[in-house]
Ligand binder design. Structure first.
Ligand code: TRP
Length: 337
């Protein structure tokens, strides 16, 4: 029903780094859920290429993955007419606001970020200041768009918390400026764990290629990786404490089929892990196949993708420019005439 005096839609903002091959963890934990929000919310989804360069990237790969990430958004069902889809570096206000906010973020706060500590360990030869101020850029992403809700996984909660602290601090010094964002925990889709170490989150930057299933992996690769998935020495397919590997496979199977754990246990009653792994692999590959077909078509039409990027950046800029000029006035910058 369309009526003109409805409450304004809440704004959702989220982003994915074009820094690796997106996995079924990104799909089930994020992108798939986003498609269910597009009618109810004002959704803005960004390909955060500026965040990606905090670790060394091969330029040609970064460029290709930026197109690919956008194509995956659309192939997964995000309608570019209903959502604002854009590339972070196309809207320079992200960098501008990040500088401003950085002056309201304490060294101690950034030092406490667990992701910074982890990434400094894994990139010991390149602990650059961008890696350190990463959460400030993320705060700028969120605060530029008066974001109400931010769908993030648990690994990003600390960053979101910091974005809120920065916004609250700025508002209390300069009067109400930023909307204070909240985390948005989707109803479905859980943490998908690594196939090689099911106590760790599945990550697109994992060095072990068997640990994660890429959204664009071939059917053969998907089945092969599931066959090798680490499980346990028990033999029954049931969801239980200490069966992290099987629990993870059951979760993945449940996300793609809609079946409950009880139904899955019944379906595989008396059957072995080998059977189950094969069924999960086939189901995942077959479910992703339409997405992949759509993705291939989109990737052949760069001009179309560039058009979406351009339109997205245009709408995003209009909001971002307004926020930055409001912030600059409050800070005491002379408005450019
Ligand atoms: N840091 C997020 C991640 O790696 C990506 C991100 C950048 C993001 N800016 C954001 C997520 C703003 C939500 C909102 O997953």
């Amino acid at each position: 029903m369309d009526n003109n005096i409805t409450v304004p839609k809440k704004t959702i903002f989220s982003g994915v780094q074009p820094s690796g091959n997106l996995t079924i963890g990104n799909y089930l934990g994020a992108i798939k859920n986003w498609t269910t929000l597009q009618n109810e919310y004002n959704c803005i989804y960004c390909v955060v290429d500026m965040h990606a360069i905090t670790v060394r990237q091969v330029p040609a790969d970064l460029r290709r993955r930026t197109y690919e990430t956008l194509a995956i958004y659309i192939a997964a069902g995000l309608d570019p007419e209903k959502n604002t889809l854009f590339v972070q570096s196309h809207v320079p206000q992200h960098a501008v606001l990040a500088w401003d906010l950085g002056c309201f973020t304490m060294f101690g706060e950034l030092s406490r970020m667990t992701q910074f500590k982890d990434k400094s360990r894994s990139n010991a030869d390149n602990i650059n200041s961008g890696l350190f101020t990463y959460p400030v850029l993320m705060a700028a992403d969120i605060l530029l768009y008066k974001t109400d809700l931010v769908p993030v996984g648990s690994d990003q909660k600390q960053h979101l918390e910091l974005a809120r602290d920065i916004a609250i601090r700025f508002n209390s010094i300069f009067s109400d400026t930023f909307t204070i964002p909240e985390g948005y925990i989707p109803k479905t889709g859980m943490r998908i764990m690594s196939l090689a170490d099911p106590t760790k989150k599945m990550s697109k930057s994992d060095a072990n290629p068997n640990a994660s299933i890429g959204i664009l992996d071939s059917k053969d690769d998907i089945i092969r990786k599931f066959k090798r998935a680490v499980t346990d020495s028990d033999t029954t397919i049931r969801y239980a404490d200490g069966k992290d590997g099987i629990n993870n496979l059951m979760n993945i199977y449940s996300c793609f089929t809609g079946k409950t754990y009880g139904e899955i246990e019944k379906e595989f009653d008396g059957r072995g892990y080998g059977d189950f792994k094969l069924a999960v692999g086939e189901t995942v590959a077959d479910s992703l196949s339409p997405l992949k077909t759509k993705f291939d078509t989109l990737m052949k039409d760069k001009a179309y993708l560039e058009d979406i990027m351009k339109n997205g950046a245009f709408s995003a800029s209009r909001i971002a420019e307004r926020t930055v000029s409001k912030v600059h006035k409050k800070l005491g910058f002379v408005v450019k005439s």
